[in-house]
Design a binder for this molecule. Structure first.
Ligand SMILES: [Zn+2]
Length: 314
């Protein structure tokens, strides 16, 4: 049986609560955001955080709800009673939860809402948009049908998260949540300076360049955002440059925890493309970088084997 290099290189640290927190904790978000994320993490500390766990969606949803309820500064996220959260999250499963509108208003009130003039979405909107989108995964799938009818909206990720969270808070006593302690993750950018940064898929290697095709020499990671900077100072984003996979690339190169902040310099950094699992090591996943698992059988050997087989049959 061929050993799957993806399984072999599985790195459990790629899917922990601390990593999920680091993907939310933006240093440019309004101050109450950090407390909301930490309180959400504390309440969800006992969830499963392995690969494909919906807990990361629940963490984003609960962080946004706690932010919406506490951003005015009247109370801390830890002062919001479990009963209040349960009531806010409870909704019949056949419609979008009411917290979507409440979060939307809170982001607008704090300058994190949609702006037609901003070059990039605010960090909290970057977190909120994929959670509330009702077209996630549908636009691509419906391309063939687009000339017949427009795609229909489906349930958002936030709808399922609200239902899971409502169940969680209904099924466990409030004192369990009061006693829980969660990890502390420092917000702040992770800055990478590098001679060459390559996006690595199973079958390709692509050096990162800006839109003017200059080489990218620096990458700034901050919460949900990852911004590249070329040697002429142009800043941009790249759809294949994924924030979690950049964190994993730095963790592999330095041995640091993938949730860590700081500034690093490398000659070359290999970042897995979004079609590879978050934990995969580009050196093992890519056909050109990985060693062949078995010695290549030469053509002469194959002719020899065919002759032997055909000789046996006659
Ligand atoms: Zn440039």
């Amino acid at each position: 049986m061929v050993e799957d290099p993806m399984v072999k290189s599985a790195d459990t640290s790629a899917y922990g609560l601390e990593v999920e927190m680091s993907l939310l904790l933006s240093s440019s978000a309004p101050a109450p955001w950090g407390a909301a994320v930490h309180e959400a993490a504390r309440l969800l500390v006992d969830q499963e955080w392995e690969r494909n766990s919906p807990a990361s969606v629940d963490l984003g949803t609960l962080s946004l709800l706690l932010f919406a309820r506490t951003h005015s500064g009247d109370r801390a996220p830890g002062d919001v009673p479990i009963a209040e959260l349960r009531e806010a999250l409870y909704d019949p499963g056949d419609r979008e939860p009411q917290i979507v509108d409440e979060i939307d208003r809170a982001l607008t009130d704090t300058g994190q809402g949609y702006s037609s003039t901003a070059l990039r979405d605010a960090p909290l909107l970057t977190i909120f948009n994929p959670l509330r989108s009702r077209y996630g995964g549908r636009l691509g799938a419906s391309m063939l049908a687009d000339d017949i009818e427009p795609p229909l909206p489906g349930p958002s990720l936030m709808r399922a998260a609200a239902a899971r969270l409502a169940r969680l808070f209904a099924n466990s006593p409030a004192q369990d949540h009061e006693q829980a302690t969660g990890p502390v993750v420092a917000p702040g950018p992770l800055i990478i300076e590098c001679d060459r940064i390559q996006i690595v898929s199973r079958s390709s290697l692509r050096p990162l360049r800006c839109r003017q095709t200059d080489h990218v020499r620096a990458v700034h990671v901050d919460g949900p955002e990852v911004i590249q900077e070329c040697d002429k100072g142009h800043t941009s984003t790249d759809w294949q440059l994924d924030v979690a996979r950049v964190r994993m690339a730095v963790a592999r190169a330095t041995g640091a925890h993938p949730a860590a902040q700081g500034r690093h310099q490398f000659q070359e950094l290999l970042v897995a493309s979004p079609d590879l699992p978050r934990h995969s090591d580009p050196r093992q996943a890519n056909a050109f970088l990985s060693e062949p698992p078995y010695p290549i059988v030469g053509r002469d050997d194959i002719y020899e084997q065919i002759e032997r087989l055909s000789g046996n049959q006659s």
